[in-house]
Write a protein that binds this ligand. Sequence first.
Ligand code: GUN
Ligand code: FE
Length: 426
Amino acid sequence: MDRKKSFLLKGHICYSDEKKKLHIKPNSYAVCKDGVCQGVLEEIPQEFAAFEVKDMGDALVIPGLTDLHAHAPQYAFRGLGMDLELLEWLNTHTFPEEARYTDLEYAKKAYGMYVEELKKSAVTRAVIFATLHVEATELLMDLLEESGLETYVGKVNMDRNGGRNLEEASAQVSAAETRRWLKETQGKYRHTRPILTPRFIPACSDELMSELKDIQQEYHLPVQSHLSENPQEIAWVKELCPKAKSYSDAYFQAGLFGGNHPAVMAHCIWVDEEEIQLMKEQGVYVAHCPQSNANLSSGIAPVRTFLEKGVQVGLGSDMAAGSSTSILRAMADAVQCSKLRWRLVDSEAKPLTFPEIFYMGTLGGGSFFGKVGSFLPGYAFDALVFDDSSLPQPRKLEISQRLERFIYLGDDRNIMCKYVNGERVC
Ligand code: GUN
Ligand code: FE
């Protein structure tokens, strides 16, 4: 047994189960053995009597949060261009900024700032886009590895429509660069893993998608991309892929839409019933990014339908289209967006509940990494301990109310400590 990664964390413990039920266990012990959760207990049984007890007093303990979709190179310009729509925002802010990542000094500065913020945040795991540049992507992976957080990181592929400074010369060059990146990072990290990252259909030729399918099969990589975010973007995909039945079908026909590999698609706002069925069959995850969807006036995703149909849903910051990196904020925004959808779009789609968004921010997104995001036995011991005493309150609240208020009102300053696989990271 690894004594450093075996202990009991005492506090008010809150977590979801696979059915999205929220469990609240006041004054209990979350048991960590060799970095793996053994469950939550009210008393310490003989079996764990020798374990160190880390007593967190009146603090709340929850599973770490997962950011299922973020763009590390966009950290530097978050908060700018928030009055634009997707394609204009990409061309005027995003692509010129990402083109800077040929400059490793710049990359080191900007990525350093992002990783520092992520480390102090409520996030323990993240699925991240870098840029198309191999060296800067490796630098980002080095920084994330040092942080102790668990991440998937993607070198972005794009061989068309990126403008003069953000485009790979051909599908073959993009594929060769991807293989070089995979070779150079293979076996190098404990916490940092590669994920195949075609930016979105408008930026990837059919030839490139075919190259990426070969790489996926050779390296057995998961895939991340964007799907059905904006009406103009969707019309463009229709023109670019006349043979595809839908935007989802364009990825499916390319062999990059789940099935034999994990896949996560950001947004999925305008998908139709057939696409939702395909996502369910292929086990494709939705990264729901409510702040981004409001900022770029992209629309309101049908999250209630995803949940009812059994499609996997987690939350993403989509920083910098979401100006905040916070998944606490994403949880609150997901409720707000669902209420607007119910009021304005679909009176049958009941707004999301607090237990549902808590599930999405923890176990929903965490399960992309395997058994992650809960304190059920067998789950990775990722924990966030927070002190909410700075949120003034004249009367005594229930633990569940304190949890809900922390999600809405709390921030990094309330975080006392954070564990990933039983190792303390901040
Ligand atoms: N679609 C293609 N690239 C991007 C991006 O960087 N952000 C968002 N929100 N959507 C995209
Ligand atoms: Fe995005």
